[in-house]
Design a protein around this ligand. Structure first.
Ligand code: NDP
Length: 316
């Protein structure tokens, strides 16, 4: 396992990392969460991601319980603030919710601090300056070492960087965007100036497009799978996406790997990606997905070109 620097920061993240959306606290109990985390750690994964909104806080609670077994300094833990609950001040990026939400997350995680704190979405109802100042307070208090954004536009990130510079506040150093063969344009196009100018890091999510790129949805929606559980995600099972997933699967057969391994290895090849966040509902999936590390070297230029042909970047 390689350990990449998170953009221009000094923090080192394992090239594969593990998240908890939909899985922990919904598809896994404590014993299964523990087994998955331990196997991930033993394979060299040092970065674990969660959010206050995942399983209404249960993902953080389970992860916190399972991470107790490890030495804190061996771990990089992130959580994300935005979707904290139903009350008027339980969501968004106001000073109040950023601080209160972070305190509640740390309590569920049983941690004194996280390593990275993300703003889970942009908040159109809060001035960016208010959020930057609240994040700066949390950094200065040692509640987080780094802060970042998730699915903010390049313009919003640039604005946060400008404000931080002007206020002498801690700047955002990392973005958490979706990135996979079916969803390329934001990372590969929109964010490019931020990489060049600011050395932004990225912890990318949904390398398998929620499982579509494993080919498991070709004939229908298997019972208990993510698209079975989450109705709104079924809209991603379009004819176009199924056709692309089928072509990726055919190429994977030629390379003697699984379509999921090929798709994850493709994300790993992009130098703008600091770490690829995996999601697994079962330990066997983790085993398979870890195999992407050895598949990476099979992605020679002709294979990359074929993947570009199958899944071109959608230009805006
Ligand atoms: P993926 O796109 O890799 O989807 C993971 C899901 O695909 C699994 O839960 C499982 O679902 C299925 N799967 C995984 N491996 C296999 C396999 N080998 N064979 C068959 N099915 C498989 O990643 P996620 O969407 O989970 O994203 C990864 C992480 O990124 C999340 O856990 C979360 O921490 C973060 N994230 C952040 C977001 C943000 O807004 N910042 C948004 C989304 C995720 P199943 O078995 O149920 O079908």
């Amino acid at each position: 396992m390689l350990y990449n620097r998170m953009g221009r920061s000094g923090l080192r993240l394992s090239e594969l990392s593990l998240g908890s959306w939909i899985t922990f606290g919904r598809q896994t109990d404590l014993a299964a969460t523990r087994a998955i985390l331990r196997r991930a750690f033993e394979a060299g994964i040092n970065f674990f991601d969660t959010a206050e909104g995942y399983a209404a806080g249960a993902a953080e609670s389970l992860m916190g319980e399972a991470l107790k077994d490890f030495r804190r300094s061996d771990l990089v833990v992130s959580t994300k603030i935005f979707h904290g609950g139903a009350g008027p001040n339980d969501t968004g990026l106001s000073w109040k919710h950023v601080i209160e939400g972070t305190h509640a997350s740390l309590e569920r995680l049983r941690l004194d601090y996280v390593d990275i704190l993300f703003c889970h979405r942009p908040d159109p109802h809060t001035p960016i300056e208010e959020t930057v100042r609240a994040m700066d307070v949390l950094v200065r208090q040692g509640k987080t070492f780094y802060w970042g954004t998730s699915e903010w536009s390049a313009e919003q990130i640039a604005e946060a960087l400008r404000i931080a510079r002007e206020c002498n506040a801690a700047p955002p150093t990392v973005e958490q965007p979706q990135y996979n063969l079916l969803w390329r344009q934001r990372l590969e196009r929109e964010y490019e100036p931020l990489f060049e100018r600011h050395g932004l890091g990225t912890t990318t999510w949904s390398p398998l497009a929620s499982g579509l790129l494993t080919g498991k949805y070709e004939a229908g929606i298997p019972k208990g799978s993510r698209l079975d559980l989450i109705e709104w995600l079924r809209a991603t099972r379009t004819e176009d996406n199924l056709r692309k997933a089928g072509a990726v699967a055919a190429l994977a057969r030629e390379l003697s790997c699984t379509p999921g391994q090929l798709s994850i290895a493709w994300c790993l090849k992009n130098p703008r990606v600091s770490t690829v966040l995996l999601g697994v509902s079962r330990r066997e999936q983790l085993e398979e997905n870890l195999g992407a590390l050895s598949v990476k070297e099979r992605l020679v230029p002709s294979v990359m070109a074929e993947l570009d042909r199958i899944c071109p970047v959608r230009e805006a």
